[in-house]
Ligand binder design. Structure first.
Ligand code: HEM
Length: 237
């Protein structure tokens, strides 16, 4: 490479790192957020931290998209909201898929990692707290739009072709709700596999309770509409 070419591609962003890639992504800081080799009490701590930290990043992103989609629904930009909700649900799929990585830890060896977690518990996950905040607001915004169109969920499903954007949105809310439940089911299975089903967590929660959480729904009315449709179909037979 000539000196001229080297200068042409020299970093232009502010920062001390040797390249713009590292400066933009702040890789120095990012990669220093995991314990160093001498700080780790067990080899698997890196795996454990990476799964949790990357989950927090994807959840931060998903929560941001859901909050923005909610604003767009309120401003009547339904297709904009559809675009954002698609990525938010994909984010939850990624977070669910990476739970599988935790299954590579031995249940006995994990006990060594567990000893250094203090009272750390997923109940304090900022990502999941954001999801608990933004999801009901999304449901409220969508049901106001449905009300404005003079529709309820059952009517919307019966006449979906006439209200394509509303139909797509209803299905995305169901996807979102389902994805949170599916994460919880998979999380419970991982917990059961690693620490067992009849123990209490680092914040004293019986693991048994986690088994019931997948039944929680943000939008029960959208799920109940399915039952109503099945009942309505029976009357038409
Ligand atoms: C070895 C892997 C894991 C174990 C053994 C585990 C264990 C537990 C336990 C026992 C609880 C009940 C609360 C308590 O601590 O007392 C819990 C809750 C929770 N955990 Fe985990 N967990 C694991 C991985 C993860 C991961 C990767 C996340 C992603 C951020 C996560 C997020 C949560 C959340 C959000 C809750 C609250 C319950 C809910 O909303 O469903 N956990 N976990």
């Amino acid at each position: 490479m000539s000196d001229e070419t080297a200068d042409e591609y020299a970093p232009v962003l502010s920062g001390d790192a040797p390249s713009d890639y590292e400066r933009y992504l702040r890789t120095d800081e990012l990669l220093s957020l995991q314990k160093t080799g001498s700080e780790r009490v067990h080899h698997d701590e890196l795996l454990f931290q990476v799964v949790h930290q990357s989950s927090e990043l994807w959840l931060k992103h998903a929560g941001f998209e859901v909050a923005t989609a909610t604003d767009e629904i309120r401003e009547d930009d339904l297709s904009g909201a559809i675009r954002l909700l698609r990525r938010a649900t994909l984010g939850l799929r990624l977070v669910t898929a990476q739970l599988e990585m935790l299954e590579h830890m031995s249940p006995w060896e994990y006990q060594t990692v567990r000893r250094v977690l203090g009272h750390g518990s997923g109940f304090d996950s900022p990502g999941f707290r954001t999801i608990a905040e933004v999801s009901p607001r999304l449901g409220d915004a969508f049901s106001s739009v449905l009300d404005g169109a003079g529709l309820d969920a059952v009517e919307l499903y019966k006449r979906g072709r006439e209200f394509e954007d509303l139909y797509q949105l209803a299905e995305l809310l169901v996807d979102w709700d389902a994805r949170v439940s599916l994460w919880r089911s998979h999380h419970y299975k991982v917990v059961q596999r690693i620490i067992g089903a009849n123990v209490v967590g680092t914040q004293g929660t019986p693991v048994e309770l986690l088994q019931r959480l997948p039944n929680n729904q943000f939008y029960p009315w959208l799920w109940e509409a399915r039952t109503a449709l099945t009942e309505a179909a029976k009357l038409e037979d």
